[in-house]
Write a protein that binds this ligand. Structure first.
Ligand SMILES: *[C@@H]1O[C@H](CO)[C@@H](O)[C@H](O)[C@H]1NC(C)=O
Ligand SMILES: *[C@@H]1O[C@H](CO)[C@@H](O)[C@H](O)[C@H]1NC(C)=O
Ligand SMILES: *[C@@H]1O[C@H](CO)[C@@H](O)[C@H](O)[C@H]1NC(C)=O
Ligand SMILES: *[C@@H]1O[C@H](CO)[C@@H](O)[C@H](O)[C@H]1NC(C)=O
Length: 764
């Protein structure tokens, strides 16, 4: 082993320590507190057999549209120029595929217009919706010339036919965006497609459309164009058909989107999130608002963390919406993922809304602007009858059978009053989950309702722009509070890539996740990975898992055959497990030799990321052990403790204690023996090994201060093509091997010199 390579390895090891320190100090406590119990890399997931990734075809990409049929067991994925049919029990089986490219002249036109040939000028499938028992409606961007048609899947679930109907291909204008990148939403209900999309090449003319897709006449209704108070540069996120009352006349479609807010400060325009709705039976006005919505209303959806003196932190940009069905079909729970990013602040939050609070905003006062130089205020004037936004109903009022029967004053009021004055607040007026300072933003959400021993829990699957999925559980507490726990953080794809879509199959207990590169299938639970002890299983608080007497395994609420140990609410192993007697603390004591003035590293890897670690030391002649403070000399690391500039008085018994909830136990114990200088051949140079090695990075009184990390050191890491974490991982293992060798060497040396060395840290 050459001296130079040894030196450079040391340097990189120190660099790794620096990077870790830097990460710990720069990511706020909000992030570190919400550390996942299990963090599984792509490789961990593959080796535990709980995830499969499928690339539909090497000629495709951008798997944006997913459609799951739970009953028939298939998953459709819409991608570039292709639609794939996966058998959802086993994605591994090679999928059937339909090749549906854009017309050649449209591709040429698209390229001539300056669009990217690879990433824009193709048919990117954006929409897949159930049409009837046998057919799925599909739309693609068609190289900036959107097209739609039907896919015949037949009735058989074993052998679905999978055919595109070419003679039914029709224009996708008002149903599908022109661009593969434009945010978009659509829902097909009663043979009508409700879509939020733009209808021009530039993507500037965006509207909420309803198109009757059956029948030759392409009839549609839309929001008024070029009217900022209707829609102002909207980005559409979600749309759902939700009944409002028992009367079908009252059925509405709700849209979720974000837009530049007209009512915010005139000079500092901000993005707000909106919920909007229209009546399904809206057919437009008669004299005015012909083919325009006459029932379109919108309200602001707020997601904020309460702060002192009303200075809330707002997460204004909606990223995704998920509706969790409840027993009452009129009242699903609305989950929204929001982000906030500015020069000083970047973060994500999840807020939950009740339909009752959304409806309350639409029943409240309207917002009003008198004229160009006026501010938006609450409208206090007379409201015409029938109240604007009400769906026409013959049974309720025979004079107003249809929106074409609405009186002129209602129509003219609707022209200027789309915005409600009251905003919609989330349940408990705050997010259920917040993540700030993390290196990623949350982009997608799906929610599973899980039956556990002590009640029902909402398990949130949150997908990031870096290919990760967080599995988060929200635990209700006293007085409307709740606690969010990150159970798992899964790296679903090999390379960090934004997650584009997610679907959850409760029947198969699988999550389907898509990105630019492919579709992954991930099992909802991997109970055995929480650990081999009852306490580990119980502390995990995963509602899918319970201790069955011999292992941590899937919990089935109906299975009463055996006593199952589970405590999601408190995660208290003392109440659940009998195996946590003395045995649990019975860790082997390892002897470690260190050299005076050199550094030494004691390893301690907690099984869970949520445990907090405490180190204690008992010196040879001391009565008690005392806690080690994280300071210049004793540095708490993610996987252990680093002791700088060893002194002879540092000898002693070091214990690493893991604390989680109220449960504490020892997970590593070392007897550290310090060898004095005079027992070593070569005297160490001034400053000791640690700071000398840091020489390349620059010396200083605290060589581990983040400020000493040089840009070029980061560069070296990125050149090697590995992430800092992977790199450091490798270095740890090498260092550990060397420490072992070195321990052995010193043990022998000491034994040879028995009688001279009498500094045994253990009081015998
Ligand atoms: C994963 O599956 C492979 C092949 O089916 C099997 O050999 C292996 O033991 C499995 N691993 C685990 C951890 O279940
Ligand atoms: C990919 O495209 C090339 C040329 O267009 C074609 O020859 C090849 O068969 C395609 N491969 C697959 C897997 O579809
Ligand atoms: C579903 O719709 C397609 C397209 O209009 C039609 O050809 C087919 O007969 C319909 N199937 C059923 C079962 O209604
Ligand atoms: C301790 O540091 C000296 C130089 O400072 C070095 O020569 C020696 O190898 C180090 N000892 C160990 C065991 O790392």
């Amino acid at each position: 082993m050459g001296f130079l390579t040894a030196l450079s390895r040391r340097r990189t090891l120190l660099l790794c320590l620096l990077i870790q320190l830097l990460q710990v100090t720069s990511w706020s406590s909000a992030w570190t507190q919400g550390a996942p119990r299990l963090r599984l890399s792509f490789r961990d997931l593959q080796t535990s057999n709980s995830s499969t990734v499928i690339i539909g075809s090497i000629n495709s990409s951008s798997y944006q549209a997913l459609l799951l049929d739970e009953d028939r067991g298939w998953l459709l994925a819409g991608a570039k120029n292709h639609i794939f049919l996966f058998h959802s029990d086993n994605l591994n089986e090679s999928p059937d595929k339909i090749y549906w490219p854009a017309a050649k002249d449209h591709v040429e036109h698209c390229k001539l217009a300056g669009k990217n040939a690879e990433t824009e000028c193709a048919n990117f499938i954006r929409l897949l919706q159930h049409f009837n028992k046998t057919h799925v409606y599909a739309c693609g961007t068609g190289a900036f010339h959107p097209v739609c048609t039907y896919i015949d899947l037949g009735l058989s679930s074993e052998e679905p036919t999978f055919l595109l109907i070419p003679h039914l291909v029709e224009s996708g204008r008002g149903k599908c965006p022109y661009s593969p990148l434009e945010p978009f939403t659509a829902v097909l209900t009663d043979e009508k497609l409700y879509a939020g999309t733009s209808v021009d090449f530039m993507g500037t003319n965006a509207a909420l459309f309803r198109t009757a897709i059956q029948g030759s006449r392409q009839h549609y209704i839309r929001t008024e164009a070029n009217q900022d108070h209707w829609l102002n540069d909207p980005k559409f996120i979600g749309s759902y058909s939700i009944p409002d009352t028992h009367s079908p006349d009252d059925d509405k479609v709700y849209f979720f989107f974000k837009e530049t807010a007209v009512e915010s400060n005139q000079w500092d325009k901000r993005i707000y999130t909106r919920v909007a709705r229209v009546c399904k039976n809206d057919v437009g006005g008669k004299r005015s608002l012909i083919n325009r919505w006459t029932t379109f209303l919108k309200a602001r959806l707020v997601c904020s963390v309460p702060g002192p003196e009303d200075r809330d932190t707002y997460f204004d940009e909606l990223e995704d919406i998920f509706l969790l069905e409840t027993r009452d079909e009129q009242n699903p729970l609305v989950f929204g993922v929001f982000s906030a990013s500015s020069a000083v602040f970047k973060g994500s939050a999840v807020c939950v809304y009740s339909m009752a609070s959304i409806r309350a905003a639409f029943k409240g006062p309207f917002a009003h602007k008198e004229g160009l130089d006026y501010r938006w205020v609450e409208y206090k004037g007379r409201i015409p009858y029938p109240r604007p936004g009400t769906c026409p109903s013959e049974t309720y009022d025979p004079l107003h059978k249809s929106t074409q029967d609405f009186p002129d004053d209602v129509i003219s009021f609707m022209r200027g009053h789309q915005l409600m004055w009251e905003v919609v607040h989330p349940l408990n007026r705050k997010p259920v989950f917040v993540r700030t300072g993390a290196p990623y933003l949350l982009k997608k959400v799906v929610v599973d309702r899980v039956e556990a021993d002590d009640g029902q829990y909402n398990v949130l699957y949150l997908a990031t722009d870096e290919g990760k999925v967080l599995k988060v559980i929200s635990i209700p507490k006293e007085s409307w509070q709740s606690e969010a726990i990150v159970l798992e953080e899964l790296s679903v794809f090999q390379k960090p890539t934004p997650i584009l879509n997610m679907k959850l199959s409760t029947k198969r207990q699988q999550l389907y996740v898509s990105s630019v590169s492919g579709v992954a299938q991930v099992s909802l639970h991997r109970c055995d990975l929480y650990g081999k002890a009852c306490a580990d299983c119980c502390l995990a608080r995963d509602p899918y898992c319970a201790w069955d007497g011999s292992s941590c395994s899937r919990y089935f609420p109906t299975n009463k055959r055996r006593a199952r140990r589970q405590d999601v609410k408190h995660g208290d192993p003392k109440s659940q497990c009998h195996d946590i007697g003395d045995g649990f603390d019975d860790v082997e004591e390892k002897v470690i030799y260190g050299v005076e003035t050199n550094s030494t590293y004691l390893e301690c890897v907690p099984r869970s990321q949520q445990t907090s670690i405490r180190w204690t030391v008992q010196h040879p002649r001391a009565d008690h052990s005392h806690e080690l403070k994280n300071d210049d000399r004793f540095v708490y690391m993610e996987h252990g403790i680093l002791i700088h500039q060893l002194e002879t008085r540092d000898a002693g018994i070091y214990s690493c204690m893991a604390e989680e909830l109220s449960f504490s136990h020892t997970i590593a114990r070392y007897s550290l023996r310090v060898i004095e200088h005079e027992h070593i051949g070569a005297p160490p140079s001034r400053g000791g090994a640690a700071s000398r090695v840091v020489g390349g990075v620059r010396q200083g009184p605290t060589p581990f201060g983040p400020s000493h990390l040089h840009y070029k050191d980061y560069m070296q890491l990125s050149i090697s093509g590995m992430s800092a974490d992977e790199y450091c991982d490798q270095i740890w293992h090498r260092t550990k091997r060397r420490q072992k060798m070195h321990n052995l060497k010193w043990k022998q040396a000491l034994e040879n010199r028995k009688g001279r060395v009498r500094r045994h840290p253990r009081t015998e």
